[in-house]
Design a protein around this ligand. Structure first.
Ligand code: SIN
Length: 479
């Protein structure tokens, strides 16, 4: 199978890249499980956009401030300066953001934004609506249930990928490959991600010496309902706090003010750490309260959250809901330039959560990620089209490592517990070293390849966390 372009991943970044590549190109999208198992599908909040020209410098300033001095400023300028253009493009193609009765676009606010500049769709289902829209408009074929198990590279040129599809290993060749496979959620015990997101391709990069960067920067969302049984936990969008939801302890005390005068609207690293610290010190249960909302407005504005919580037995908005932080977003990833080029491998690109352009610095500003997916996917698509790529002539022996072995499942669970205990909101040298040793031990053969890739990615996160001895943004070192 020989293609011009392969796109690995069918979330916002993969699908928007696909939309920007004409059908005259032979393109294949590869998707690990079912097309909707991606983080985009579960995104609630929305798509940030500069409201107008005057808002661009303000959006940039908010992004840089949240990023705690570690953003790539050029990337942030590109993000904000292109935001209106990609939003216009979506609207012109027929995507319906929520509007008021008089037709005005509705904007909401989330933490650390100094203006209401987040567009949403379906109330609190922006990701699902956007994903459905992009899938419907995708002009290229898609191969579902295909797990990438290797990147094919010959003399510094990407040649395609090897996948596991319907129990068989297959090589799919291409002149150019865009990786848009998402973050690392399944490495953590509690997370808000699609279950298929497990950092496999970051692990392949470790094997191949392809640089990852800022892997210590893992973002935790402060308001997650973790009472449901599944590994993926129920996100309670930051837009709830942006519009008046309160965080309180079991006695109704709003302790966040003791940590930061911005309270519920402080950046999410600060809120997550405050929750972690308060719970540790007081052992009190923490809640999200929606008491100040008008019930009719709440159900209309947040229909999915409302329905999900009601299904779990809560009378919303009257009842408050117990919350905890959970892993949410990988800021670090495959190091790229602003066109998505991956250093050292011709024809290889990465975009979206799997990539690190430096746009989020040490702490991603809420709802900048769908925007990032759109902006940088389009830039990568433009670069792919202008460069063509070259065809490899080589022969690649099939990777013979066993993919799964008995005992992998138990180690996968152990890894999740280790990452949650030692590599989450508050980190210590001792804990990180222990995590590193445990991961090294689990990496000893025999293990299946898919577990090995997760472990390599996890080890990279731990090593990066150990190497950064100071606290910055989401990376907090207690010792
Ligand atoms: C949310 O709705 O709180 C998530 C938004 C984001 O992660 O950017």
């Amino acid at each position: 199978m020989q293609y011009d372009i392969l796109i690995v991943g069918a979330g916002v970044a993969g699908l928007y890249a696909a939309l920007n590549i004409p059908p005259s190109k032979k393109v294949l999208l590869i998707n690990k499980t079912r097309p909707w198992e991606c983080n985009t599908y579960y995104a609630q909040g929305g798509v940030t956009t500069a409201r107008d020209e005057a808002d661009i410098p303000v959006h940039i300033a908010d992004t840089l401030e949240a990023g705690a001095g570690m953003c790539n400023e050029e990337a942030v300028h590109v993000l904000s300066e292109t935001s209106r253009e990609v939003v216009r493009d979506l609207i012109e193609r027929g995507f319906a953001f929520d509007r008021a009765e008089d037709g005005r676009l509705l904007y909401t606010k989330e933490a650390a934004h100094s203006a209401d500049r987040i567009l949403h769709a379906g109330g609190d289902a922006t990701g699902r609506y956007l994903h459905h829209f992009l899938l419907r408009n995708n002009p290229h074929p898609m191969l579902a249930n295909a797990t990438v198990i290797d990147l094919l590279i010959e003399e510094g040129q990407v040649c395609g990928v090897e996948v596991l599809h319907k129990g068989e290993r297959k090589q799919i060749l291409a002149r150019q490959v865009i990786i848009a496979s998402g973050g690392v959620g399944s490495l953590y015990r509690f997370h808000t991600n699609a279950y298929s997101i497990s950092g496999d391709i970051q692990g392949i990069c470790v094997e191949k010496g392809i640089p990852l960067e800022h892997m210590e920067m893992m973002q935790f969302h402060p308001t997650v309902y973790i009472g449901n049984q599944s590994v993926r936990k129920q996100l309670l969008s930051e837009a709830l706090r942006g519009e008046g939801a309160r965080i309180e302890d079991e006695d109704g005390y709003r302790f966040l003010q003791d940590y930061d005068p911005r309270g519920e609207l402080a950046p999410r690293d600060i809120v997550s750490r405050a929750l972690f610290d308060y719970r540790k010190k007081t052992k009190k249960q923490i809640y999200l309260s929606f008491e100040d909302f008008d019930p009719e407005y709440f159900h209309r504005r947040f229909p999915n959250i409302s329905e999900n919580l009601r299904n779990m037995g809560y009378a919303i908005p009257k009842d408050r809901v117990p919350i905890s932080p959970a892993f949410h977003y990988a800021i670090g990833g495959i190091k790229t330039d602003l066109e998505g080029h991956v250093e050292g491998v011709k024809g290889l690109f990465a975009v979206g959560e799997v990539a690190s352009t430096g746009v989020h610095g040490a702490n991603r500003l809420a709802s900048n990620s769908l925007l990032e997916g759109l902006v940088f996917a389009r830039r990568a698509a433009d670069a792919v089209l202008s460069e063509e790529g070259s065809r490899c002539l080589g022969y690649f022996p099939v990777n013979r490592e066993p993919l799964f072995l008995e005992g992998d499942k138990e180690k996968k669970e152990r890894l999740r517990r280790i990452m949650w205990k030692h590599v989450s909101i508050v980190r210590t040298t001792e804990g990180l070293k222990e995590a590193c040793e445990e991961i090294e031990a689990m990496l000893r053969p025999p293990i299946g390849r898919l577990l090995k890739l997760r472990l390599l990615t996890a080890r990279e996160i731990v090593r990066a966390a150990l190497a950064r001895t100071e606290s910055v943004g989401v990376h907090f070192r207690e010792s």
